[in-house]
Write a protein that binds this ligand. Structure first.
Ligand SMILES: CC(C)(COP(=O)(O)OP(=O)(O)OC[C@H]1O[C@@H](n2cnc3c(N)ncnc32)[C@H](O)[C@@H]1OP(=O)(O)O)[C@@H](O)C(=O)NCCC(=O)NCCS
Length: 273
């Protein structure tokens, strides 16, 4: 059955030249609810998730974290390495990899990494997460196997960015339990058709069912901010957002998220603070 949802109220962002913001889903483009199945991934999906991350996240994001000069000649090697790194994360029951699949074919068209309340603040993408969460021992990786997965990654850019984000999250939320989103993507061919909303709703339903509602937290690429603000996220810093239940975005908030371009940090699709 087609979803009768009306087109969302337009959120306009003032993005730097060359960056394109997301657009509201027109009714005729929205995938009917039954065409998408939402379920939890398992570690067998790691390779598809790695491929999806490389496809959905823009070149600027990867060029910063996995610089071209460090890359192996074969993309398949890169994908295997990222998939192996992701496989460890499935050991943590609080980290939910939610997938949107096409009901007819089972193809994964979008993924959300939703970290449940009560998980410590330590981004699961960090190299340091492997020892922080004790995954290396559980998987019995040798040092050689472990280092192989991290070849091609600029660690300062990779762990450096995520650890800074963790510090900011601690400052914003302190001990407050919260849902944390990292990552969210829809394959380019399926963007703008309501898949992202379904992946976000998976956690919102649970977050909004508690009293008071449980906050949701994320760091956003500049281009994705309209999606998050439409979903009720409020900017708290330059890149980070908190949602405490659904709400309408204000004019002031729209002004606040205008992305600033600097050389110091690359996030998603541009250089922003
Ligand atoms: C960001 C991303 C995940 C969004 O996924 P998507 O499947 O295209 O999103 P949807 O089509 O479900 O749109 C999400 C919601 O935002 C709304 N929306 C999007 N742009 C909007 C705008 N400018 N104003 C108002 N609402 C807007 C849509 O209408 C939809 O809400 P609705 O279902 O209530 O109508 C996708 O563009 C992507 O993968 N980008 C590349 C990777 C990335 O940047 N990820 C985020 C990193 S932080």
């Amino acid at each position: 059955m087609a979803d009768a949802k009306e087109t969302a109220e337009y959120i306009k962002l003032d993005l730097p030249v060359g960056l394109q913001q997301t657009e509201p889903v027109p009714a005729e483009k929205r995938l009917p609810a039954d065409d998408i199945t939402i379920s939890l991934c398992d570690s067998n999906d790691a390779s598809d998730i790695a491929a999806g991350l490389y496809e959905a996240f823009p070149a600027a994001f990867w060029d910063h974290k996995e610089p071209i000069a460090l890359r192996p000649p074969e993309q398949a090697t890169r994908q295997t390495r990222l998939a192996n790194r992701l496989r460890a994360v499935f050991l943590n029951p609080k980290i939910n990899w939610v997938k949107a699949t096409l009901t007819t074919t089972g193809q994964i068209i979008g993924v959300a990494g939703w970290v449940a309340p009560g998980n410590p603040i330590h981004n699961h993408f960090r190299k340091s997460a492997v020892d922080f969460y004790g995954w290396r021992e559980k998987l019995g990786w040798s040092d050689e196997e472990f280092e192989e997965m991290w070849k091609g990654v600029d660690l300062e850019a990779w762990d450096g960015t995520f650890s800074k984000d963790d510090e900011t999250r601690k400052e914003v939320l302190g001990e407050e339990e919260h849902w944390y989103l990292a990552p969210l993507y829809t394959l380019p061919g399926f963007q703008g058709r309501g898949v992202g909303t379904r992946l976000l709703d998976w956690a919102f339903k649970q977050a909004d069912a508690t009293s008071p509602v449980t906050p949701c937290y994320l760091e956003s690429a500049p281009t994705a901010r309209a999606v998050y603000m439409h979903a009720g996220f409020v900017p708290v810093g330059n890149i980070n957002f908190v949602r405490r239940g659904p709400r309408k975005v204000t004019e002031e908030e729209m002004q606040k998220v205008h992305a600033k371009v600097v050389d110091s940090e690359v996030r998603g699709v541009g250089k922003v603070v």
